[in-house]
Design a protein around this ligand. Structure first.
Ligand code: FE
Length: 233
């Protein structure tokens, strides 16, 4: 069995959102796929431990927002690596209220679909939610949608632990004692800050020591603070 074979399955990346009572929530999913055209039905996969899973079950509603290719990594951090149990993820994004009353994220998205739940399938760790599309919108015809491959290779993205495609990180090699630069790992999302490489996305030049990073520097993948990084030994 070669775990890399799974990387050859292609996916997009989406924000799935819903609302039950006053509680809104959303998460990042790579599994959203149209399964029928008449009527239009789309399936998504949600981890049972995710807050969204119970919200979708309660409300019978969910929306899918299709992320654009140059999405801000922080948006993925907020919706993919933080729990709505602790924060209101919608504080930092633009969203509209759909015809069914649920929130639909529009920030950095190219299209969205609003769905009524018609069937659920228990698949062990996850639940498949099948929804019928009741409304949709094309927000930007000219922008490319983000693919999972692009996210992994170009944005160096990681999968959250509850993602169907999460793979346990390999044991990190011991830092070469001769190496001048150290590496630090985000305990939230496993993002590696490599002093030798710096961090182009946040404008940190190569060779910047971790201790010299600005105090307000945050993990480019999940938004965790400097204090949430540990040196890779
Ligand atoms: Fe992180």
């Amino acid at each position: 069995m070669n775990p890399k074979a799974y990387y050859k399955l292609t996916y997009g990346l989406y924000i799935i959102s819903s609302k039950s009572g006053d509680k809104m929530n959303g998460y990042i999913a790579n599994t959203a796929f149209q399964i029928t055209a008449e009527p239009p039905q789309i399936a998504i996969s949600c981890h049972k431990d995710n807050l969204s899973s119970s919200i979708i079950k309660d409300s019978g509603l969910f929306a899918i927002s299709v992320l654009k290719q140059d999405v801000a990594t922080k948006l993925i951090g907020t919706f993919g690596f933080k729990s709505g149990k602790n924060i209101d993820k919608f504080d930092s994004v633009d969203y509209k209220t759909g015809s069914t009353g649920i929130p639909i994220v529009t920030t950095d998205c190219v299209a969205w679909f609003e769905c009524k739940l018609v069937q659920t399938v228990d698949v062990g760790s996850h639940i498949l939610f099948i929804g019928e599309v009741v409304d949709n919108s094309l927000l930007d015809e000219n922008q490319e949608p983000l693919t999972y491959t692009w996210y992994q290779t170009v944005k160096n993205g990681k999968a959250p632990k509850n993602s169907p495609t999460y793979q346990k990180p390999k044991e990190l090699k011991e830092t070469d004692s001769k190496s001048e630069f150290k590496k630090y790992e985000c305990i939230v999302c496993n993002h590696i800050y490599d002093e030798a490489e710096g961090d182009a996305e946040t404008g940190i030049p190569p060779g910047t020591r971790f201790e010299d990073l600005p105090d307000d520097w945050v993990c480019p993948t999940c938004g965790a603070e400097k204090a949430d990084f540990e040196e890779v030994k």
